[in-house]
Ligand binder design. Structure first.
Ligand SMILES: C[S@@+](CC[C@H](N)C(=O)[O-])C[C@H]1O[C@@H](n2cnc3c(N)ncnc32)[C@H](O)[C@@H]1O
Length: 410
């Protein structure tokens, strides 16, 4: 497997460590959202969950080359890699990807195989196929198995999911702890699962990468599949599609399925199915097929909840070639001086505003030495800035309140 630095794995590892730490502290004085002490059953449940996450951590250590973990543990403190916005709110991030791994290799519900079946409508596939955001890569595996003349390249940002897929493709059987989101009974809070034994396929390859950055050779793939993918990528749809365009051979096919509403990143980037098709046409594709289908989603025999998902299914053929350089330039958000490193960074109002804010916070945090109070800090900063201490105190109170709220809401 080609792999980039293990920062994502370490981020995950640190999330797990932090989760256990916080959950243990929380469990010492567990209150519900109305501030009442919780029932003994809930306390027991959280204890089982912590044990489950600890077992998950041990799974990780067993799965990974321990020296990597040791290396990072020595060089990074857990909090350094954690992005507060993403991880501190809920425990869900810690285990977010896990239902996909369990569904792909451990539950044997056949859910992901539905998509491989659906792709049979294109007949026997040959050539090279890129799977974007392949996650635990069961679909990529099934495709490679069904189409021996197809070279399948599974790509994802999540190192662990790919690592698991790679081990399974080497014929290994894995044992992992699984924590269903809504356990069907109190003895199913944490379950040890064993993966299926699979035959090793030589036409399946893995690349751990960020789709927003990876540069594949232009015109090198016959198919690009994007299962449940474009809606999670934080770049405009037309940029994603133009990137896919540049990797595809002439008349190569792009097949996308997943939610057609991209609202996670704001209402301004919500699309209807017709708009997805229109943007595809503008990004050098001809529409072959587009429809709405319904599939079961993340069915888990140990979970008391599951859902049917209505989703967009679109098949497009490349009819115009885009060069990567062109794509970057059409990405309006990126100014020329970021693309062309010999240009000066303009000292415009946006940069000046940023500079002021960072300078201010820099000064504030420099003063915090474990001895200052909010009162003395406000006085000191106000003196430096020629402002009223009361004004600064109100600002700092708000700022630290937010920092503190973010921490306890985890
Ligand atoms: C909604 S999941 C879908 C996973 C899989 N295709 C499936 O159907 O179960 C989206 C996947 O995209 C991956 N992903 C998110 N951002 C990515 C990026 N910038 N580059 C590569 N993969 C990314 C995530 O790690 C995740 O596995």
């Amino acid at each position: 497997m080609v792999k980039e630095p293990d920062v994502h794995l370490m981020k995950h590892y640190n999330d797990v460590v932090n989760y256990i730490d916080r959950a243990q502290k929380k469990n010492e004085n567990l209150l519900d959202f109305a501030g009442r002490a919780v029932r003994a059953e809930n306390k027991k449940r959280l204890t089982s969950k912590i044990e489950g996450v600890e077992a998950h951590l041990t799974d990780l250590e067993n799965l990974m080359n321990e020296s990597i973990i040791d290396f990072y543990s020595k060089h990074f403190k857990p909090k350094e890699l954690v992005d507060d916005n993403e991880t501190l709110h809920q425990d869900s991030f810690v285990l977010r990807y896990f239902p996909n791994i369990a569904r792909d290799w451990f539950h044997n519900t056949g859910e992901n195989q539905n998509y491989a079946e659906k792709l049979k409508e294109f007949g026997k596939l040959k050539g090279k196929c890129l799977v974007l955001g392949s996650g635990a890569s069961r679909l990529a595996y099934d495709l490679a198995e069904l189409n021996p003349e197809l070279e399948v390249v599974a790509t994802d940002l999540n190192y662990l999911a790919l690592h698991i897929a790679e081990k399974i493709n080497r014929g290994e059987q894995l044992e992992l702890h699984h924590l269903p989101r809504y356990p069907i009974s109190s003895d199913k809070i944490c379950i040890k699962l064993k993966s299926e034994k699979k035959t090793s396929l030589s036409n399946l390859h893995f690349i751990n990468c960020d789709f927003r950055e990876i540069q594949f050779q232009t015109m090198s793939f016959d198919y690009v599949l994007a299962p449940w993918f474009f809606d999670v990528i934080e770049i405009p749809l037309e940029v994603s599609l133009s990137r896919v365009n540049s990797f595809l051979k002439s008349e190569g096919k792009m097949i996308y399925w997943g939610p057609y509403s991209f609202q996670e990143y704001g209402e301004e980037v919500e699309y209807t199915p017709e708009e997805v098709s229109e943007i595809s046409l503008e990004s050098g594709f001809k529409k072959i097929d587009s429809r709405i289908d319904e599939f079961p989603y993340l069915v888990d025999p140990f979970n008391a909840q599951s859902r049917m998902e209505k989703l967009f299914w679109g098949v497009y053929e490349k009819n115009k070639h885009y060069k990567l350089e062109e794509i970057r330039r059409t990405y309006k958000k990126t100014p020329d001086w970021i693309l062309d490193h010999s240009q000066v960074i303009p000292l415009d109002q946006d940069i000046l505003n940023r500079k002021q804010v960072y300078d201010l916070y820099n000064q504030i945090y420099q003063e915090i030495d474990g001895k200052v109070t909010l009162k003395s800090l406000s006085k000191e900063i106000a003196k430096k800035l020629g402002m009223e201490p009361a004004q600064i105190k109100a600002l700092l109170e708000l700022h630290f309140e937010k920092v503190y709220q973010d921490l306890i809401s985890s």
